[in-house]
Ligand binder design. Structure first.
Ligand code: NDP
Length: 328
């Protein structure tokens, strides 16, 4: 019986256990496309799954990992054939469906996106779910009609995964980017990605007023809680904040004042169940608008076994930029 290496999560008497183990191919779940996984990545949600800090895993045993890039080995799906280069993010991978930290994955062909031309599988996972989410946020802000003429863009959690890609994308599009970070030592890193201003995240984290001085036209926000409330309170008339994360908390202690007095919009961003059309569009835009050199600057490479060490670090806000995982 064929088996392969995988990061496996099992239910324990108290919580869960996570180990690097052999996994039998016959235990892969149903799906019409089997993929040789070449690269994965460490996202915040992977940290939650591996440490068991949040109940994101809803099937046991589980192979962790919410995204991968690789090559199709076998397909019963009309859209894919052996040799095709593919990307998979979300759809419950690593949560309800056996995930990415494994040499093989079997998934639904309908979940897959073709690797854009000019992008390697490693680069696709350097982008990963975090970078894909940053691009979905940019697209939402563009759909709202915001352009560099409207004013600055604030990016919170700027030195993290979503934040780093958001800074690089927004600066490439010509926006004046204000990067909010709790790591002043990363100021040069953020400037190199394209940030024009760096602010200390403590400026935005204390409970604030319903409305404050207007500072930015929009933003990409991965932090939640009082920081999101302050972002909304400081958004210019008619602006918008794309909210995608909760690194500081799930709550939103805000008021309706920014919405009803300044016409500010809160744009919700979900990457997991994002329909296939917008997914393809986002990956095409990533291929076009994300500077390869900046992507390389924000990327650290690790091996499969190292994921277990990086998982708690990403939850502690100690990981800079993006981490790619070499698998196959
Ligand atoms: P990272 O850990 O890489 O980045 C999060 C960043 O947030 C940290 O680097 C840090 O940046 C900042 N941060 C951490 N803790 C705090 C805190 N207590 N208060 C304020 N800022 C804090 O994670 P990702 O970028 O991968 O993910 C970010 C968030 O986005 C997560 O909540 C994740 O679940 C969410 N997400 C949502 C998706 C969706 O589909 N909606 C998809 C992908 C991610 P700094 O040091 O610069 O301050």
């Amino acid at each position: 019986m064929a088996s392969f290496k995988a990061i496996r999560i099992d239910k324990a008497e108290k919580g869960t256990t996570t180990t690097l183990a052999q996994f039998d191919e016959t235990d892969l779940m149903d799906g019409d496309v089997t993929v040789a996984v070449e690269w994965s990545t460490v996202n915040y949600k992977d940290g939650l799954a591996i440490t068991g800090k949040s109940p994101v895993v809803r099937r046991f045993p589980m192979i962790a990992g919410v995204d991968f890039a690789g090559t199709v080995i076998d397909s019963k799906h009309a859209g894919w054939k052996a040799g095709d280069k593919v990307i998979s993010t979300g759809w419950g991978l690593g949560e309800t469906h056996l995930g990415a930290y494994a040499e093989k994955a079997r998934v639904k062909g309908d979940w897959l996106v073709r690797l854009p031309s000019g992008m390697t599988a490693r680069e696709a996972m350097a982008v990963g779910t975090a970078g894909f989410t940053a691009m979905l946020s940019v697209l939402a802000l563009e759909k709202h009609g915001l352009t560099p003429k409207d004013g600055a863009m604030i990016v919170t959690g700027a030195a993290g995964g979503v934040g780093s890609v958001a800074v690089a994308l927004l600066s490439k599009l010509g926006f004046h980017v204000i990067a909010s970070t709790g790591r002043p030592a990363e100021a040069d890193y953020l400037r190199a990605l394209g940030a024009s201003e760096i602010i200390d995240r403590n400026e935005l984290s204390a409970p604030g007023k319903p409305l404050a001085k207007e500072r930015w036209a929009g933003g990409i926000h991965s932090v939640g809680s009082t920081t999101l409330a302050n972002l909304l309170a400081m958004t210019k008339y008619g602006g918008a904040i794309a909210a995608c994360g909760l690194a500081a908390g799930m709550d939103l202690p805000s008021s309706v004042a920014p919405f009803i007095l300044r016409g500010v919009c809160l744009l919700g961003i979900d990457s997991v169940m994002c329909p296939i059309g917008p997914r393809k569009a986002a990956w095409e835009r990533i291929a076009k608008d994300l500077d390869h050199k900046k992507l390389a600057e924000m990327t650290t490479e690790i091996g499969l076994a190292d994921v277990l060490d990086v998982a708690p670090k990403i939850l502690a806000g100690q990981v800079r930029g993006r981490t790619v995982v070499k698998i196959g």
